[in-house]
Design a protein around this ligand. Sequence first.
Ligand SMILES: *Cc1c(COP(=O)(O)O)cnc(C)c1O
Length: 231
Amino acid sequence: MTTLAQRLAAVRRRISDAERLHGRPAGSVRLLAVSKTRSADELRQILALGQTAFGENYLQEAREKQDALAGADIEWHFIGPLQSNKTNPVATYFDWVHSVDRLKLTRRLNAQRAEQLPQLNVCLQVNISGEGSKSGLAPEQVPELADAIHGLSRLRLRGLMCIPAPQEDEAARRAPFRALRELQDRLIADGHDLDTLSMGMSADLEAAIAEGATLVRVGTDIFGARPRRPD
Ligand SMILES: *Cc1c(COP(=O)(O)O)cnc(C)c1O
């Protein structure tokens, strides 16, 4: 039987192999453990193995785990679809949000992020291949929203995120990741101070690292296949 520890080690090895293969510095790609549908106990197990950044998609489920793990040294990332009436818990209980795709969300998160907390780290979700994930900004809308975030003192824009449609072959997998990196490069050339490209999941993390990912979001290959979520 494969244990959580073995699966986590295998994912870490895939990341370091891809860094080496593509000439990326060792340790330049962070691993975000995507823990939606997994129990607080499973999180505790991989926390004990040194994995401290967790990504959650559903607020109520995430809040229950945050309470169960209160006091643990965890960096919480919100990566799920975000409705504007649900921004308050994200602004209050998370360190990062990767799924920001409209101005209204940024205004609310900024107003709701408490003064005594550090700035909320934000990635803009981009619908880079124009299909697959329906959430996300169109690439041409990104510069305007990036500029707007500069005026919001409680938010810190860190970079871009995408979830491209699954592809069979490696070249097709890499194309949308390259497009996101080129968009990020243009923002940097325009003066934005960005350090995060949140791209790559279990099935395509190598392609994302080849194209410059700095953070890969991995669920299935760490925790095993997810149970279907009862809606
Ligand atoms: C579920 C999810 C992941 C992880 O996907 P796996 O294929 O299980 O690795 C990554 N990013 C987002 C936004 C997700 O919702």
